[in-house]
Design a protein. Structure first.
Length: 654
């Protein structure tokens, strides 16, 4: 595991179909074509050279090398070569590639052209404005009534190139109006967002309300600040009327082959290998053909038993889910729901703890003069308090409450089985530093004390890392796309073949143990902890926000020798920050961790605990905030500790 404990090829050959004269001519007219493209804010990629050929461009130009949807880009001036060596890697191995030059701009999503350089970007009210050209842009800045479109206002993001301004109208600010004092009844027209809490402390719990209700903790399901008088306020935010979600067809499985047999498929299908009577399976997305064997599937779901293969009726397409209605706040129930699939580890549902922190309902950033420090890798991290526990998993079992083993959640307070990329990004208080700049959902299998079935509450704050890692160069790191989600580790748990993504260690005053695949017996020396760690892969395929097994769209770097000398494979060419969790549990008595197991440890209980360790991550960050810390912390190889964004702002700590 690469995260420190508690630290905060050659090119192709051949002749180009585009002659040197053609390249020079294309380059000399690029600025004229770009000026024309700016007028209508349309960007195109024009042919420049075939693989193995040289080319020349005048002035800084964005050139890409690859084929299909897989490319690597560079901003170039002068002569270059359309080769793997010149661009640093092969973006799509085994395929003939070419080079193209960008004509026009590709501004950030949602931004529209408003002015050419040296003109004024005019608009009424407030708007976010970016300045630049092609693919190089300043971070969005807020202006009222317009902005001068020049280097003086924004700085120069791309020297020697004529630039433009693009704007995005600011959303109307959400305002809150008093509606009732504690204990009073109130009514709203239609459906409104109402909050209950203490104004001077800025602590609230929110709920979508239709018709009449009572301003008290019973109705809102939580007391955000016990012992203080509270009020209710209604939001100006319009709650959309949701359209019914389309019915999801039931997934069925049909026999395909017996163990050892080869099979063929029409296109790409989801196939599983396992034992039907035990309902134990390992799943894989297969194209064209395969073999019904543990070698082909990568693991043996039930050693010693005869196995078969079955093919799913599921259609393998873009897995991005259709947004569902905004979920209601997860008011802690009087008793937790009984799981539909109880495992070997008994959970005493009457002892499931409730999160005491209501979370923040707004962005919590403050100015600071503190600066990040130089580092061997880029290091951004944050802390999040425990939110709640539930038998839910919106990635593996979307729309199926109670289907999962018990999970412990951090981040977005509204995370439940019905959560989607849209609901996480737009609703819910956050238990993380900086408040609603980060509505991401983080969850792991709950830690259970098997002596009484009690789920353990993590310590005050756990750590969530977004570093460059030691596999790829810092300069290659890209921001995570909105809605990306993934699972790391093996929820089935195989003591004979640990996943390596989940690890454990003991920490005590003056020392710590090494990482291990299973839960160790921890001593009690001063303040002591058990750390539950999870490492996620950081190479994305650049297309899919999810995959049928919730893992195949991600991969680990390859070719790693010395630190940061590797690269992402051609199948997964986009490097994102290396995400890792460290969940902390206090050790109060020496050796008590020998009684602790994960709720997902559904295997031989005579084996060591923890082999089913895994983690789920669902992106809910504000993209403009991610852009800031990726640039100023990760790509800049700076240590931003656990609170700095690197631009003069800091995240407030709960």
């Amino acid at each position: 595991m690469v995260t420190a404990l508690l630290s905060g090829c050659g090119g192709g050959s051949g002749s180009s179909a585009v002659s040197n004269a053609d390249v020079t001519a294309a380059s000399s007219t690029a600025d004229e074509a770009m000026t024309q493209a700016k007028a209508v804010a349309v960007a195109t990629w024009n042919p420049l050279a075939n693989e193995g050929a040289s080319f020349t461009v005048t002035g800084p130009q964005t050139v890409r090398y690859g084929a299909g949807t897989l490319w690597v880009e560079k901003i170039l001036t002068g002569t270059g070569q359309c080769t793997n060596a010149f661009f640093g890697r092969d973006p799509v191995a085994g395929t003939k590639k070419l080079c193209q030059v960008l004509v026009g701009d590709i501004p950030p999503t949602g931004f529209n052209l408003c002015a050419a350089e040296s003109k004024k970007c005019e608009f009424s009210g407030s708007a976010q404005v970016v300045y630049g050209a092609r693919t190089s842009w300043t971070s969005p800045r807020s202006f009222s009534g317009g902005a001068a479109c020049n280097n003086t206002t924004f700085g120069d993001p791309l020297r020697g190139v004529v630039k433009s301004c693009y704007f995005q109208a600011a959303a109307a600010p959400v305002t809150w109006a008093p509606i009732a004092s504690e204990g009073q009844t109130f009514s709203v027209s239609g459906t409104k967002v109402v909050r209950f809490g203490v104004s001077w402390a800025g602590v609230w719990v929110s709920k979508n309300v239709t018709g009449a209700a009572t301003c008290d903790a019973t109705f809102f399901g939580n007391d955000p600040k016990p012992g203080n008088a509270k009020t209710c306020e209604v939001s100006s935010e319009v709650v959309p009327v949701p359209s019914p979600a389309p019915a999801t067809p039931a997934i069925t499985w049909a026999p395909l082959a017996t163990e050892g047999q080869a099979f063929t498929l029409n296109g790409t299908k989801v196939v599983r290998l396992g034992v039907a009577w035990a309902d134990v399976w390992v799943t894989k997305t297969v194209t064209a053909s395969g073999t019904c064997s543990t070698t082909f599937f990568g693991s043996d779901p039930k050693p010693g038993s005869g196995k078969t293969c079955e093919v799913s009726s599921q259609v393998v397409t873009d897995p991005t889910p259709t947004p569902t209605p905004v979920p209601q706040p997860p008011s802690p129930p009087a008793s937790a729901p009984t799981p539909m699939n109880p495992g070997l580890v008994t959970v005493n549902t009457s002892l499931i703890p409730k999160g005491t922190f209501a979370g923040w309902d707004k962005d919590m950033l403050i100015p600071t003069t503190e600066q990040p420090t130089p580092s061997d890798i880029g290091a951004f991290r944050t802390g999040c308090q425990f939110s709640h526990m539930a038998f839910d998993d919106p990635i593996v079992y979307p729309g199926q409450p109670g289907k999962s083993h018990l999970h412990t959640f951090f981040g977005n307070k509204l995370t439940n089985a019905n959560s989607t990329a849209q609901s996480l990004a737009t609703t819910g208080n956050s238990t993380c530093r900086g408040g609603t700049i980060n509505r991401s959902a983080y969850w792991v299998p709950s830690m259970i004390d098997t002596r009484d079935g009690r789920p353990l509450t993590p310590m005050f704050e756990s750590n969530f890392y977004y570093k460059t890692g030691y596999g790829v160069p810092a300069s290659s790191i890209q921001a995570m796309p909105s809605g990306l989600r993934m699972v790391a580790g093996d929820a089935k748990g195989n003591p004979d073949l640990p996943s390596g993504a989940a690890m454990y260690a003991c920490i005590w005053e003056g020392g710590n143990s090494n990482w291990s695949n299973s839960i160790p017996s921890c001593p009690k020396t001063g303040t002591s902890w058990l750390v539950q760690g999870v490492d996620f892969p950081q190479c994305w395929d650049g297309v899919n926000l999810d995959s049928p097994d919730h893992k195949s769209h991600m991969a680990n770097p390859v070719g790693v020798g010395a630190n940061n000398t590797g690269h992402c494979p051609a199948t997964h060419p986009v490097a994102i920050p290396a995400i890792a969790y460290q969940i902390l549990y206090e050790v109060k008595v020496s050796g008590e961790t020998k009684y602790w197991r994960l709720s997902s440890d559904d295997y031989d209980l005579t084996k060591p605990a923890g082999y089913s360790g895994h983690g789920d991550w669902f992106n809910g960050w504000k993209s403009e905030i991610v852009d800031v810390w990726v640039k100023n912390c990760d790509r800049a190889q700076k240590d931003c500790h656990s609170h700095l964004l690197g631009d003069g702002r800091a995240m407030v700590i709960p």
